[in-house]
Design a protein around this ligand. Structure first.
Ligand SMILES: NC(=O)C1=CN([C@@H]2O[C@H](COP(=O)(O)OP(=O)(O)OC[C@H]3O[C@@H](n4cnc5c(N)ncnc54)[C@H](O)[C@@H]3O)[C@@H](O)[C@H]2O)[C@@H](O)CC1
Ligand SMILES: Nc1ncnc2c1ncn2[C@@H]1O[C@H](COP(=O)(O)OP(=O)(O)OP(=O)(O)O)[C@@H](O)[C@H]1O
Ligand SMILES: [Mg+2]
Length: 329
């Protein structure tokens, strides 16, 4: 019975993969299965031998008067994927609101304080990855503080995922992230255009998403770029992966926040796994592929249950089953 179920699940998984992943050049289905296997390889096993924190302590930098949902979505998604602790560094005003959404988050009301950089810096040695931008807003004082937080994180070699208003900051100051090989940028359509306009000198053929993403990554010194959209396209300036895994037709806000929180955990796992597990592939690209396929699978499952009324909260409720279906069957 159990064996039969595993066999059926493996067949479903192969079918899913055939639709989901295509590499830059045509590759065989075996190649695609190997790529998914590499994503599976980086997932730490659940055992009784670990202590709290080992599977991930993730920080989210964002949350201001206007936006409290985005940092919450990112932080709770990191926990649901498998991180042990999730910290949110937000403004004083946003903190009680975010705390009230969930007792599971650790919330620091420091982002608009004059000592913001120092306050976050004291936590950096205890964090495995930082997600910068969900719900950050564009207030100049906050953006100045985030500049300092980025510099401090790079100095400590902390992996950084940059999304939303964090990408706004990078479009103004690309040097902040240029050449940092532990960074992943996750632009949506608008954010990608803004970054490309800021960084690329020559026009790129807008219809060739793969080349456009590869060029942007290269221009940023091979920082990994994940362009979200109908298909997610990701590149480290050299290799290009694409995820067209079936998602949903709902485009409600917050799905990108789910992705960025999930990516924070997966990037930590991928870097921690080491080269024998990733078999020479870029750990950041594997993590990106994992986060994109997981987000889309959550959308797909939530949409099957809730249809038009699907929201990001419904997708977050699907993280566990979606993860199991993609990576643990
Ligand atoms: N519940 C919340 O608190 C949420 C807050 N959010 C935050 O809202 C802030 C602004 O984020 P935005 O994503 O709106 O960024 P922008 O303010 O740069 O987006 C500008 C506009 O671009 C449009 N756009 C987005 N995708 C597009 C596409 N594919 N084609 C054409 N136009 C497109 C959007 O409709 C939006 O009106 C960020 O801090 C973000 O994190 C979002 O994450 C959504 C959820
Ligand atoms: N047209 C589409 N079809 C299917 N999936 C999509 C489509 N557009 C985006 N997605 C998926 O939705 C997720 C979030 O992407 P999106 O472009 O909505 O991010 P975002 O605008 O940053 O979201 P947020 O509202 O959280 O800021 C990604 O996993 C992406 O694959
Ligand atoms: Mg977004």
């Amino acid at each position: 019975m159990a064996v039969g179920r595993v066999w059926v699940a493996a067949r479903v998984c192969r079918r899913v993969l055939r639709r989901a992943f295509s590499l830059h050049k045509p590759h065989s289905i075996t190649d695609m299965e190997n790529t998914l296997q590499l994503v599976r390889n980086i997932i730490p096993p659940l055992t009784t031998k670990k202590h709290k924190g080992q599977d991930g302590r993730i920080g989210i930098v964002g949350g201001c008067q206007e936006y409290t949902g985005a940092p919450y979505f990112a932080a709770i998604s990191a926990l649901k994927v498998g991180a042990d602790l999730s910290h949110v560094f937000c403004t004083r005003e946003a903190a009680p609101v975010i705390k009230s959404y969930s007792p599971e988050l650790i919330v620091h009301p420091v982002l608009d304080s004059p000592s913001a950089v120092r306050d976050v810096e004291t936590w950096l040695p205890r964090l495995h990855a930082l997600v910068v931008g969900p719900g950050l807003g564009r207030d100049n004082v906050l953006l100045e503080n985030v500049k300092g937080i980025l510099e401090a994180s790079k100095a400590r070699d902390v992996p950084i995922i940059i999304d939303a208003d964090g990408l706004w900051l990078i479009a103004q100051h690309p040097a902040l992230i240029h050449g940092y090989r532990k960074a992943v940028l996750t632009p949506n359509h608008g954010e990608f255009t803004r970054l490309s306009d800021a960084v690329l000198r020559d026009l790129v053929d807008g219809s060739d998403h793969r080349e456009a993403v590869r060029r942007l990554s290269q221009a940023l010194g091979n920082v990994t770029v994940v362009r979200k959209g109908e298909r997610d396209v990701m590149s480290d300036g050299e290799h290009v992966l694409e995820c067209a895994h079936e998602g949903s037709s709902r485009r409600c806000g917050g799905q990108g926040d789910l992705l960025s929180g999930a990516l924070g955990v997966l990037v930590h796992w991928a870097l921690h796994a080491g080269p024998e597990k990733t078999n020479g592939s870029s750990p950041l690209l594997l993590a990106a592929l994992g986060a994109c396929s997981l987000t889309r699978q959550c959308g797909h499952q939530a949409f099957q249950k809730h249809g038009r009324s699907t929201t990001t909260t419904d997708m977050i409720a699907e993280v566990g089953p979606a993860f199991r279906r993609l990576f643990e069957t």
